[in-house]
Design a binder for this molecule. Structure first.
Ligand SMILES: [Zn+2]
Ligand SMILES: [Zn+2]
Length: 424
């Protein structure tokens, strides 16, 4: 026998519940998310799993952990440097620019439901192939677009029944108000220079905002006392932020202000938000998603000067929350058709085929076998009813419908079967 091969570490298989998996939970999440996207009028963008590495270097940032440490990058046979996408925004923007979508519509609203890849350390809810649902709205600078995108994210959570996730909101300003703030920040961190980690000492020269992102406990402690951008917004940024908050109140979306939300990259502007769940199911990781405005990204990727706002949520984490709340998603056949012997198999196969064409979920044992073993499988399938086909049933076009979850059997003609099976 050949040696067994295992899946790649950090990349999970999804199997149906009958095989011990949770594919039904995934299907539920995808169904709900797509339905909410439809109601908000967001169209689906599907981009390839691999992109030119340069897209992420420019679109996510060379100095980020994502690009610097976590990307799956390889050289293809044509000597191109390609990377598995670590996030969904840069590819969506690349497609938006490449297809000159701005010439076709002034406002573009897209969503994606797609796997992402990052070579991360393994912890609860973290995978190296992980799934995200996200949305991007391009072409609108008005705060109403921020509010719509945030409302969309919240409605997906509501459709999933995850009422424990809360919205934290902030503004990180723009190129008008950030330089003055950055000076105050540098002055503050200079006072703690020796206590910062080696990386943050470099950041202090190159990108001091990113110190606020550092995971090092010592740096975090120092960062807690740092001035916050929310206190230093220019008047237009302040107005924008006030309007986003007002419109969230219009749609009765609760939020809390968290001035500590940072987005270390230059292309992020103004609105920034995070979706937080304090749930033991998530371990120490409490953010299930986040987003904000990125008015400078489209231009930095070679496109027109188009403002944009979006979000992404991690689906493995949402799934952990659903399971943590005891939600299970299983489904079962409407009917199991058995046959008394080999001679009746054709009749069973025919009626199963007919009912399947009528939209019903019908199972039968394609191995044939004894009636006893077929009925064992019928029980295990969780089907609502079983029907046994024999010569008599074929002749009379009627048979005994046996409820498998309690209740009395009854004689039914095959004509009435679809209606009976469809009734709750
Ligand atoms: Zn640090
Ligand atoms: Zn500003």
């Amino acid at each position: 026998m050949s040696q067994k091969l295992a899946g790649v570490k950090g990349m999970a298989d999804v199997l149906p519940a009958s095989a011990g998996g949770d594919a039904e939970t995934w299907q539920f999440m995808e169904r709900q998310a797509r339905e909410v996207m439809r109601r908000f009028g967001y169209g689906e963008v599907r981009t390839p799993v691999v992109e030119d590495t340069a897209l992420f270097v420019r679109g996510v940032g060379e100095e980020t952990d994502i690009v610097g440490k976590e990307m799956y990058t390889f050289t293809d046979k044509g000597d191109r440097s390609l990377s598995l996408r670590p996030e969904g925004t840069a590819p969506a923007v690349r497609a938006y620019v490449e297809h000159a979508v701005l010439n076709k519509e002034p406002v573009t609203r897209w969503f994606y439901w797609a796997p992402m890849f990052r070579y991360e350390r393994m912890k609860t809810g973290r995978y190296r192939q992980f799934w995200q649902v996200g949305a991007e709205a391009l072409g609108v600078q008005e705060p109403a677009q921020d509010a719509e995108v945030i409302h969309l994210a919240l409605e997906i959570l509501r459709a999933l029944g995850l009422s424990g996730v809360r919205l934290e909101l902030s503004s990180i300003g723009d190129e008008q108000c950030r330089p003055a703030y950055q000076e105050k920040l540098v002055a503050y961190f200079q006072g703690y220079r020796e206590k910062l980690c080696a990386e943050c000492q470099v950041r202090l020269e190159r990108n001091p905002l990113r110190i606020l992102d550092c995971k090092n406990e010592g740096c975090r402690e120092i960062a807690r006392g740092a001035p916050v951008l929310l206190d230093h917004l220019c008047a237009p940024c302040r107005e924008h932020f006030d309007e986003v908050k007002r419109l969230l109140e219009v749609v009765k979306a609760p939020y809390t202000i968290n001035p500590r939300i940072v987005r270390g990259l230059d292309y992020y502007t103004r609105t920034a938000f995070e979706l937080i769940a304090d749930d033991p199911a998530l371990g120490t990781a409490s953010a299930v998603g986040g987003g904000g405005r990125y008015d400078k990204l489209v231009k930095s990727l070679g496109g027109p000067d188009v403002p944009a706002v979006g979000f992404a949520m991690g689906l493995e984490r949402l799934k952990l929350l659903l399971h943590g709340a005891g939600r299970t998603f299983t489904s079962a056949p409407d009917l199991f058709v058995a046959s008394v012997d080999g001679n009746s198999f054709d009749a069973a196969f025919a009626i199963a085929g007919k009912l399947r064409q009528d939209g019903l979920w019908v199972e039968l044992d394609t191995r044939g076998g004894s009636l006893k073993s077929q009925m064992k499988r019928a029980d295990k399938s969780g089907a609502r009813f079983a029907l046994v086909m024999g010569e008599r049933e074929v002749a009379e076009q009627a048979g005994e419908l046996k409820p498998l979850r309690g209740g009395e059997p009854r004689r039914v003609s095959f004509d009435e079967l679809p209606a009976i099976l469809r009734a709750p």
